[in-house]
Structure formats: structure tokens, C-alpha cells
Design a protein around this ligand. Structure first.
Ligand code: EPU
Length: 330
């Protein structure tokens, strides 16, 4: 069985599946995670295996989604979801129950437990905007801790779980702050255009999620058809000065101002570097979205890295920008 969406066969010293907390606490008490490295596998949708993993793979399969505030008259609904739940199952469950706020993150591959780690985001919404708190278990001591939203130190595709506390905590469940009322979030241009094209002026939660899923799959490969890890690179942020230089050279440059400078579309840079639709061995650049590297058949982790390195070098030479990988390489 291959447990990663890139479809790369990989092996590890040990592979543990966990479905309930007692089981996890007992593994921790036996020191199962005391000798790093270990790697927590969610949906395997953001990871590239480059060879045998000399360590333990912990696959979380705990399930459950529940409303913590059933009788609350307030506008905020707290919904707790187990880390092992599939992300889109969670989003659809919320829509079906009238718990709103997660619609723009419909159809993202992966699990609930992975969502705070890299603060997943799409179509104008990031996980941090709807996360209330994260409940986690220390991998060595078994100590349980609840992190408030602020304590998670969320950033663009990052959090404390990828930085200061990397590999220290196992996220067990995430509590989201949702609303009984649906307010459409349409500040992402491509989304606004898609709704206008479909003549939808006041979308329902269902229409919103369906429009987003359709938009997503019009640009990204479906994991069941083509192996990939979604966006392989992050969108880089450059200084205002660097941005102005580039904009003079490339007036059509795609960029958004952020507090730290200008965020550029890595897909655009890669396309301009001539890589869109091209390949190196069995690994290719997706023809509809240059930010995505795809498995053309029999691709290994080294093939992915070889292509990533070639793209990174060309983007560096052409624009003076070092692309950072979004996917985790292990
Ligand atoms: N673009 C190009 N050429 C390309 C791809 C994109 O010119 O080959 C341009 C587009 O024309 C557009 C801009 O780049 O003007 C942005 O493209 P898009 O809306 O597709 O979004 P993105 O910045 O490429 C990000 C996320 C995606 C998320 C989409 C939608 C990152 C690294 N990626 O991509 O997340 O779905 O926005 O919100 O931030 C993921 O992380 O796996 C992922 C798919």
C-alpha cells in the first residue's frame, strides 16, 4: 500500500497506526517515539519520500467530529475534529450540519491534524482563520497540552509545529470556531470570477464549496489520477525594492502586497522560466499549474528533487529569487 499522494513507494523501519488515545499513550510510555526520528503521516498529501525512512512512521487514524457547544445561543460554534479525519470529510460534514466558515477550504487533500501544522490555505481563507485551538500530546512525555490560536504562531504555510516545536508534539484534535450563519468569502479574484461565470450572485454554502472544488480540480491534478504533492513550492515574498526592479522588467508580474513585502506567484515565475508542462525523467511540471510537480509514472523521490533543483536554479538565475519547497522532503 502506498500512503502518499505522489505515489512514490517507500519503506520505513517501523510503521505504527493509531486509532485511540490510550493506544498512543501506551506507545509513548513504551518509548516508541523516544528515539527520533519519527514522522507523523496524515493523508500523505504534502510529502515526498526520498528513500528508506530510518525511523518510525506514525499514521494517525483517530476519527470523530463533534459540536462542543450544542446549546450555545452565541454566534460561535466550537467544533472539535480528530486529527485522523480526512480534511474534506470534515468540511462537508460541517456544511451538512449548518456549521459555517470552512467552505473555502473544500476539497483540499490531507487530514485535519495536518491543517494547523502548515496552516493550509486556499481561495482567501487559511486554517488559522477558523482554528480555535489545537490539542496535542508530547511525543516523549505523553503530556497533553491545548494550544490557543495565538500560541500556534501561524504564518504563511507554517506554525509553531513546523518551527520551535517541530517533531515534539503529536496533534490529536483540532477545535474550530464556526458560525451558524453562512457569510460568503469572495475576495479571491479567481473565485469571484468563477461565481460570476456561473451566474451565482449570492452563493449558498453548498454552491460555494462546489464552486471551489470545481475551480480547484480545473487547475490541480486529482490525487487518484495523477501523483503530486499539491503546490510543491511556496509563493516567495520579496522586498519592495526587488519587486520594483522585477516589475520594471516584467510589467505583467503577478504579485500581492503583504506586510513583509510582495508575495509573488511562484507558478508564474516557473512558467516564465519555461518549465510549465516540461519534464525531467519521470517527473513533470503540471501543464495547468506550474507550481505542481507530477509523477509521470515510476517517479522516485530523487527524480522529484532533480526536477525541483533544476527549476530552482533557473528561477534563481532569471529572477534572483530562491524558491522554498512547501512539500516536506523526508
Ligand atoms: N500562475 C501562472 N502560471 C501558473 C500558475 C499560476 O501564471 O502556472 C499565476 C495565475 O495566473 C495567478 C497566480 O499565479 O495569477 C496565482 O495562481 P493560483 O490562483 O492558482 O494560486 P497559487 O498562488 O498558484 C495558491 C496555493 C494553493 C491554493 C491556491 C488557491 C501556495 C503555495 N499555493 O496557489 O495551495 O490552492 O493558491 O488559493 O500558496 C497547496 O498548497 O497545495 C495548494 C494547492
Amino acid at each position: 500500500m502506498i500512503y502518499n499522494t505522489f505515489g512514490i513507494p517507500a519503506t520505513a523501519d517501523r510503521y505504527l497506526t493509531v486509532t485511540d488515545k490510550e493506544q498512543l499513550l501506551s506507545l509513548i510510555a513504551q518509548g516508541a517515539l523516544a528515539r527520533p526520528p519519527y514522522f507523523i503521516l496524515g493523508g500523505g498529501s504534502n510529502v515526498v519520500f526520498t528513500g528508506h525512512y530510518h525511523g518510525t512512521i506514525l499514521h494517525l487514524e483517530n476519527k470523530g467530529i463533534r459540536l462542543l457547544t450544542p446549546d450555545s445561543p452565541s454566534d460561535t460554534l466550537l467544533v472539535e475534529a480528530a486529527a485522523g479525519e480526512n480534511w474534506d470529510t470534515f468540511v462537508q460534514h460541517c456544511i451538512n450540519h449548518g456549521w459555517h466558515g470552512a467552505e473555502n477550504l473544500a476539497a483540499i487533500p490531507g487530514t485535519v491534524g495536518a491543517s494547523p501544522v502548515q496552516n493550509v490555505g486556499a481561495y482567501g481563507l487559511e486554517a488559522k482563520d477558523i482554528i480555535h485551538s489545537v490539542h496535542a500530546i508530547h511525543a516523549i512525555t505523553g503530556h497533553e497540552r491545548t494550544f490557543s490560536n495565538a500560541e500556534c504562531q501561524f504564518g504563511y504555510r507554517t506554525s509553531i509545529f513546523k518551527q520551535a516545536l517541530k517533531d515534539q508534539y503529536i496533534i490529536w484534535s483540532v477545535t474550530f470556531k464556526l458560525s451558524p450563519r453562512f457569510t460568503p468569502l469572495v475576495n479571491y479574484t479567481a473565485l469571484a470570477d468563477a461565481l460570476a461565470d456561473a451566474h451565482i450572485t449570492n452563493p449558498s454554502a453548498r454552491q460555494m464549496a462546489d464552486t471551489i472544488a470545481a475551480l480547484r480540480w480545473s487547475k490541480l491534478p486529482r490525487p487518484e489520477e495523477t501523483g503530486s504533492a499539491g503546490s510543491f513550492f511556496k509563493n516567495p515574498v520579496v522586498s519592495p525594492e526587488h519587486y520594483r526592479q522585477l516589475k520594471t522588467r516584467y510589467p505583467e508580474l503577478v504579485a500581492h502586497p503583504t506586510p513583509d513585502g510582495y508575495k509573488l506567484a511562484a507558478g508564474w515565475l516557473i512558467e516564465r522560466a519555461g518549465w510549465k508542462g516540461r519534464s525531467l525523467g519521470p517527473c513533470g511540471v503540471y501543464a495547468k499549474q506550474a507550481l505542481v510537480l507530477v509523477n509521470l509514472g515510476g517517479c522516485s523521490g530523487s527524480d522529484v528533487l532533480a526536477l525541483a533543483d533544476a527549476i530552482t536554479a533557473d528561477v534563481q538565475n532569471l529572477f534572483g529569487i530562491t524558491l522554498e519547497k512547501e512539500a516536506i522532503i523526508i
